[in-house]
Write a protein that binds this ligand. Structure first.
Ligand SMILES: [Fe+2]
Ligand SMILES: [Fe+2]
Length: 469
């Protein structure tokens, strides 16, 4: 499909060939831009930012880098190229041709999947809107904005599917995406982690590491969908998502690097007096963001998850690489189960346990970055650890129990007396906040993190990523 890059809404879905749809989306567009102005970044909206814009999906480059005023960013609709003769890879329809339209019996489920995914995209922009005031460098400021505009485009991706395939209901859902707001007591975002504020840059780096990574795993499962337009949409979104993973992994990595540098220089673990973030504080932030992100995968067993899979709507991570029958009707597995006696496991049908399967794949992926950070920390004999899957959980079997980061079942009293060592305290927040001073000179970095090893798009680190004058 050709790319219409000059259209009011850039797209490769032949919007011009469907006037009704085009009109409907063009009337949603100003509401979106208004939302961006009201709830997007609190500053810098009128300044040129060096940003990547998706302009195509092809192999020979899919993005353009240039200075852009954010409200004029070209949010477009792009589906990855169709795979000829693609077949459904899992569930009860395995082997059948993929659907180009929504099967009537799955309409409600698919709509729900799109709405839940779509809702997270603008939510994170809202959560991060004040961070621009305290960016540790222009390079980081630009990366924040890149993540923000792309989350905006991800909303466009879901809104396109809702408008195109769900008629009036879909248009209503698209409007509601702009009416729910992160942390709004009356109209909150759908998922818990997306109502937590992202108050500082350490939180932002851990958020992009853990919570954007949940997004990556959800998108990767939806890419398997038998509903081909959803699959192709997610396929392309994952390209952008890779940069969000990069921002998180390298962001935390640079903080760790600086911490180690200060520990060596001053021969102490207590680097706070020297403007660094000590390893214990990093561990507490990690524990928090990891545990709230684990909740996003849902309960250990779920009828919805089983139904989505059986119906061919949402597969597993890397479905086709798996060595089983891809239907899972007779398969069993074990899932975590906690009782008064302690943390154990129970047997469950594999189909019902798909949330747990995805959560495990996610945890394995999270571990890779932690291992990389630990190679730096090894220099000073320290390490960071992922907490036990049951730690600080609000969803599933662990939600009514207290579990230590090492997996020990605790009484309420034991938890209360130890929790300050495990989750960020008021004192931690105050300290981290005290380090958050906006640095706006090209190439300069705040003192609590190391510079990146390279700039963006082959530009130097001291490039003027945001033009302040
Ligand atoms: Fe996203
Ligand atoms: Fe993201």
């Amino acid at each position: 499909m050709n790319v219409d890059i000059d259209a009011k809404i850039p797209n490769n879905v032949d919007l011009a060939g469907d006037r009704r749809l085009q009109r409907a989306l063009e009337s949603w567009q100003p509401k979106f831009v208004q939302w961006w102005r009201d709830l997007g970044p609190v500053d810098f909206q009128e300044l040129p930012v060096y940003l990547r814009t998706a302009v195509d999906v092809g192999r020979e480059g899919w993005a353009n880098f240039d200075y852009v005023h954010m409200p004029e960013y070209r949010w477009g609709i792009f589906l990855a190229d169709a795979e000829p003769d693609r077949r459904i890879a899992f569930g009860d329809h395995r082997g059948e041709p993929v659907w180009q339209d929504v099967p009537g019996e799955y309409r409600a489920d698919l709509r729900r999947l799109l709405v839940v995914q779509g809702d997270t995209e603008p939510a994170s922009v809202e959560q991060q809107r004040s961070l621009c005031l305290t960016a540790p460098s222009l390079y980081d400021l630009r990366n924040l904005f890149q993540v923000n505009v792309e989350e905006g485009r991800h909303l466009w991706a879901m809104v396109y599917l809702l408008h195109r395939y769900f008629g009036r209901d879909g248009r209503d859902e698209a409007d509601e995406m702009l009416e729910r707001h992160s942390g709004d007591p009356d109209h909150p975002r759908i998922l818990g982690a997306f109502n937590e504020p992202t108050p500082d840059w350490l939180s932002f780096f851990f958020f992009t590491y853990f919570t954007d990574r949940d997004g990556r795993f959800q998108l990767a499962s939806l890419r398997e969908s038998g509903f081909d337009p959803l699959s192709r949409t997610c396929d392309f979104m994952l390209k952008e998502e890779a940069h969000h993973m990069f921002v998180g992994a390298t962001g935390v990595g640079r903080v760790v690097e600086r911490t180690v540098e200060l520990m060596k220089e001053h021969d102490t673990e207590d680097v706070r007096p020297f403007g660094g973030i000590d390893v214990q504080t990093l561990q507490r932030y990690l524990n928090f963001h990891c545990s709230v992100s684990l909740d996003l995968f849902g309960a250990e067993t779920s009828t919805n998850a089983a139904n989505y899979f059986a119906a061919g709507l949402k597969g597993r991570f890397k479905e086709e690489a798996r060595d089983d029958d891809h239907r899972l009707h007779d398969a069993m597995r074990t899932v975590p189960h906690v009782t008064d006696g302690g943390v154990g496991r129970r047997e469950a049908p594999a189909l019902a346990a798909l949330n747990e399967t995805l959560r495990e794949d996610y945890i394995a992926d999270c571990r890779k970055g932690v291992d990389r950070w630990n190679r730096t920390l090894a220099d000073v004999g320290e390490e960071l650890r992922l907490p036990h899957v049951g730690f600080n959980r609000a969803v599933g079997t662990f939600s009514t129990r207290r579990i230590a980061p090492d997996g020990t079942l605790l009484t309420d009293d034991e938890w209360q007396s130890a929790v300050d060592g495990w989750l960020p305290t008021d004192d931690d927040h105050t300290f981290v906040e005290s380090l958050m001073v906006g640095v706006r000179e090209p190439g300069r970095m705040a003192g609590w993190l190391a510079p990146p090893s390279a700039g963006i798009h082959a530009k130097p680190v001291d490039f003027e990523y945001v033009k302040l004058s």
